[in-house]
Write a protein that binds this ligand. Structure first.
Ligand SMILES: [Zn+2]
Length: 276
């Protein structure tokens, strides 16, 4: 599943390839991807639009056209490929943006869980899915007092708390495991029991992990491949995720896999002691 660093990598690679292109027409082969409007309106509204910029918030991509913004969420398996318009439509290509220069941007999604929605420029952050989202890991707003205000007296495990996009945007399963390992915090720790210094460590580790992942282009775990076959190198840097039975890089204790809130979770049982 693409997480924030992968989506950032997709955004940056798409920017180098398609900025400035003009849409000739859009073919929608599976309309379940399109939300908020009919597929006919969606196609018509995008005709003749010029792609001015691509932005991102959490795992949402914002394609900013001259007079409309397209918000795309890749969910589990969404990918974009740039091909010539005359190339045959491949299996799982559901939305095809044909540009006036004879190229086409193809949205490929084996699971069909991805979404696309049009929004008036300036209203991106009023979208119901986006409005309630917490700050990104690098925002100034993601700090001790903010997290304490979200934690209050909650007994949620810290892992579930960090996966909740309303607390912080863009953290997924892989990165939360890495963050908690670096912070030496057991993922089942109830958030109300975290000390200030542990919360500060979690903030620092979150920023370190996400920045490093962006620098290395994210991970490519499972079938995820960022646009145009750019593969992430961050998977070589994972300290605990998917390393069950391998020695901890700090203390040599074998890494174990547990379940937290239904999610497969990797920890070092020595470095990440359970509290209480
Ligand atoms: Zn260890």
């Amino acid at each position: 599943m693409p997480e924030l660093p992968e989506v950032e990598t997709v955004k940056e690679s798409l920017k180098t390839l398609i900025l400035g292109k003009t849409i000739h027409h859009v073919d929608i082969l599976y309309e379940g991807i399109i939300h908020g409007t009919t597929k006919d309106y969606f196609s018509k509204r995008l005709e003749n639009e010029i792609l001015m910029d691509i932005g991102r918030f959490g795992k949402f991509l914002f394609f900013r056209f001259s007079t409309i913004t397209l918000i795309s969420h890749l969910r589990m398996e969404g990918k974009y490929f740039l091909k010539h318009s005359f190339e045959l439509i491949a299996k799982h290509e559901h939305v095809i943006f044909h540009f006036t220069d004879g190229t086409s941007l193809r949205y490929h999604d084996t699971r069909k869980f991805g979404t696309m929605e049009l929004v008036e420029p300036g209203n991106e952050f009023l979208m119901p899915n986006i409005l309630l989202m917490g700050p990104e890991p690098f925002d100034n707003q993601f700090n001790l007092s903010y997290l304490k205000s979200r934690i209050k007296s909650s007994i949620r495990p810290i892992k579930s708390f960090l996966l909740d996009q309303n607390n912080v945007s863009g953290l997924g399963n892989i990165y939360v495991d890495e963050v908690l390992f670096l912070s030496r915090v057991h993922p089942e720790t109830q958030v109300k029991n975290l000390s200030d210094s542990e919360i500060l460590k979690i903030i620092d580790s979150t920023q370190a992990v996400i920045n490093k992942a962006i620098e290395l282009g994210g991970t490519t775990i499972r079938s995820y491949l960022s646009s145009l076959g750019i593969t992430g190198r961050f998977q070589n840097e994972l300290n605990v995720h998917l390393r069950a039975l391998k020695p901890c890089i700090i203390c040599n204790t074998p890494i174990i896999k547990i379940k937290v809130g239904g999610r497969g979770t990797y920890i070092c049982p020595t470095c990440q002691k359970r509290k209480g």
